[in-house]
Ligand binder design. Structure first.
Ligand code: ADP
Ligand code: MG
Length: 729
């Protein structure tokens, strides 16, 4: 066993950066990225077979102004087919995002027959609708198996693209996945609903405050993706990584991230080669990867794209995760997207940068250049602050997962207490507006919001806070508590619902003020005073990781839902979920579906972890301890015969004996508790027991394993160590 680990090390020492096919022209010269960016994305504007009128209709459909009819769909299907075949695609697939959190796809060949002549074909119906057997996807009990029909329907707002693999290409059709009765069985449908509603509410807001030319508003999102890379040889040497995505045991290395030398450090050749291939793949599929860097923990990295509208950003992020994983294997790496692969070093998140944009080019979270724009900006921020305050528990629920439980509040990630960071400058502006209706600059000079100062003082006050779960960062909010493996569609649709809810009221406030004879600016100031005045206790600019904040937050009456079972219980609280329903983003049955699916996933994932841990203890760790005990005992005996002092060996032997007995017993009792769960039928009780009793027990087991690892000689340790995984590349 131990040998396998050493073989793996030898393998890794000899790895070299992988060269991939960088796009070149006919003369073999490298293409500029702008020359091949999006080459695998279908662009109807470039179609030769579609008329100008067809293209105009498509634009209206994409803007949500009308729905597609069969004749147009048939024309589009032809145009798509021509394009896809010219690119070498042989198959198409409806690609969707079931509640598993990942994606699903079913492929069909273009191959068809005209009489007995083989042809390529995709019909309008095939493009627009698919009917995968839905019974194998999580449905949370919303359907009986006998009515397992589910439909995938083409989402025209997210572009079709071609996925390349070693021996062929596939046309991918982004779709929504709904049940026979129209219930959303995916993460896309609610997000699309929320975007329509955001459009409605924010267009109204724009018109009310005098931006009459606004025709469309949408949410924008840029999802920064963190991940770990470890060598494939080590990965397959650890059952826990393969089964659960996280190292369930492992003693921390002496140097990990204390020196903070990995963050933004020089990127090693093998890793950079990987990142470059990832980017080439993403560029071809029209995903604008912008930033790449080392993250805080050793072996941890990040990529960030340029933001897009939320629905496409959510689709893109799924592709990003797939590409990160697939390309890693080609480089003999494994990409770990788990929120907490290694205890003791930072976990991985997905920072959702979020804002709202109009078709007239306004970013609603951009401080402006004139007083009116600034009042608008402040009113929008105040509305968001109220939404987070009012719906904190629902927003927390949206990011709940077993993996994220290790991250939230674990002293290194945004805490599970939902608070908003605004920075000192903006906070002061709000505070003085609420108390005095105007802002007093520190130098006692009244800052006239009429001048350009607001935008300017922001430039001078780029204070940053990495500990806040929801931080204002200049011209957007950054929702940092989202887990690295999560589908962002879900938290985005939940967040949007909360924003829609309060914005609907903001609109009423403005309407009432204007009716009462106030100016638009006065109406906006009233909005700021009302929402900020009400919600200011959710604003926290201090250290979110500190224990003081936990106490302070409790005093302020803010929720702190530490574990997934606690967080998803919110879905059973009708008062709290009413916002999801009221805004039309989720239906009643979809809410209970999600509760069931999240609960079930939590339990299953934890059971797999606990069983894997027990297996590793019994089959790898205890045997390693026993083996070394035998060696020590032999040595003691031999030394005794030779009349040599064996006090050191005896001490080690005793320690090891005590630790291995203890870990064996603890594992037995953990296993017994796990078996006992099967006799309890209420899933909520099971989940709570796992979170409150079994998880702490598993931490004890892991701790004992780590102590054993510290005694057994490196030579004899069977599992790739943290040192191997995080430092050898
Ligand atoms: P930071 O240093 O705050 O992380 P960056 O400029 O690196 O800022 O941006 C991080 C992410 O935020 C990127 O994905 C970027 O595209 C995205 N982003 C920037 N502006 C917006 C916006 N208005 N809406 C949504 N995301 C945005
Ligand atoms: Mg950022």
């Amino acid at each position: 066993m131990a040998n396998l680990r050493h073989q793996a090390k030898q393998t890794v020492y000899s790895r070299r950066p992988r060269k991939c096919a960088v796009p070149v022209n006919d003369q073999g010269k490298y293409l500029r990225v702008s020359q091949y960016y999006g080459e695998n994305v279908y662009n109807y504007h470039l179609s030769k077979s579609l008329s100008l009128e067809d293209k105009d209709s498509l634009k209206q459909i994409i803007d949500g102004k009308r729905t597609i009819d069969k004749p147009l769909a048939a024309k589009v299907a032809n145009s798509v087919l021509e394009w896809a075949i010219s690119k070498g695609a042989t198959h198409f697939c409806h690609w969707f995002q079931p509640l598993t959190g990942s994606t699903a796809e079913k492929h069909d060949a273009f191959l068809s027959f005209d009489g007995d002549r083989a042809i390529e074909e995709i019909t309008a119906t095939q493009l627009m609708q698919g009917e995968p057997d839905a019974s194998s996807f999580p449905n949370g009990g919303s359907r009986a198996t006998f009515e397992a029909r589910g439909y995938t329907t083409w989402d025209l707002t997210s572009p079709l693209f071609i996925q390349e693999s070693a021996n062929g290409k596939t046309l991918v059709i982004p779709t929504a996945f709904v049940s026979y009765h129209g219930e959303a069985l995916d993460t896309k449908t609610p997000l699309l609903r929320s975007d329509l509603k955001i459009n409605e509410v924010m267009t109204k807001f724009s018109h009310l405050i005098g931006m009459k030319d606004v025709k469309k508003v949408w949410t924008t999102c840029g999802a920064e993706q963190e991940y770990f890379l470890i060598d494939k040889a080590f990965y397959f040497g650890r059952q826990d990584l393969v089964m659960t995505g996280r190292a369930l045991v492992g003693s921390l290395t002496s140097r990990n991230q204390q020196l903070e030398d990995h963050y933004f450090g020089m990127i090693e050749d093998r890793v950079l080669a990987y990142m470059q291939e990832v980017e080439i793949e993403l560029y071809k599929m029209g995903i604008p990867a912008k930033t790449r860097h080392n993250e805080v923990a050793p072996g941890q990295f990040e990529m960030a794209p340029i933001f897009k509208d939320a629905n496409v950003a959510a689709d893109n992020n799924q592709i990003v995760m797939t590409v990160l994983r697939n390309v890693a294997l080609k480089h003999d790496f494994v990409c770990l997207l788990h929120e907490k692969p290694f205890a003791g070093v930072n976990g991985s998140g997905k920072h959702l940068n979020w804002s709202m944009s109009s078709d007239t080019g306004v970013n609603f979270l951009e401080p402006g250049h004139n007083p009116h724009e600034n009042y608008r900006f402040l009113a929008v921020v105040a509305t968001v602050v109220e939404a987070v305050y009012r719906h904190a528990d629902i927003i927390r629920m949206g990011i709940a997962s077993h993996g994220n439980d290790h991250r939230l509040g674990a002293n290194e990630a945004p805490p599970s207490i939902m608070s908003v960071f605004l920075g000192t400058t903006l906070t002061k502006i709000f505070e003085s507006m609420v108390t005095a209706g105007k802002y007093e600059h520190e130098a006692r000079k009244t800052l006239d919001l009429g001048a350009r100062q607001l935008a300017d003082i922001f430039k001078d006050n780029t204070d940053r806070n990495r500990t806040s779960p929801f931080a204002f960062t200049g011209n957007k909010f950054e929702f940092r508590a989202c887990g690295s493996s999560a589908s962002i569609g879900y938290p985005l649709s939940v967040l949007n619902a909360c924003i829609i809810d309060v914005f609907t009221e903001t609109n009423v406030l403005i309407e009432d003020s204007i009716k009462a004879g106030k100016t638009v600016d006065e109406a906006l100031i009233a909005v700021v005073m009302k929402w900020y005045g009400n919600a200011q206790r959710v604003v926290f600019n201090g250290d979110g990781y500190s224990q003081d904040w936990v106490k302070e937050a409790e005093k302020r009456g803010l929720g702190n839902l530490r574990t997934t079972p606690e967080a998803i219980a919110v879905l059973k609280d009708e008062k709290k979920t009413s916002v999801l329903k009221r805004t039309g983003v989720f239906t009643d049955s979809e809410i209970s579906t999600r509760h069931n699916v999240m609960l079930e996933r939590y339990i299953k994932c934890r059971q797999i972890e606990l069983k894997t841990l027990a297996g590793m203890v019994n089959k790898q760790i205890v045997p390693a301890a026993v083996e070394y005990k035998g060696i020590l005992a032999d040595t003691v005996k031999k030394q005794k015969d030779a009349g040599v002092d064996s006090s050191l060996e005896l001490e080690l032997l005793k320690d090891l004996a005590a630790l291995s007995k203890s870990v064996y017993d603890q594992t037995l009792s953990m296993n017994a508790a796990l078996d006992e769960l099967h006799h309890k039928h209420d899933e909520e009780t099971i989940a709570k027991k796992i979170a409150m009793e079994l998880m702490p027990q598993s931490v004890k087991v892991a701790d004992l394993c780590n102590q054993i690892e510290e005694i057994v000689p490196d030579e004899n340790w069977p599992l790739p160590k943290f040192y191997d995984m995080l430092f050898i590349r």
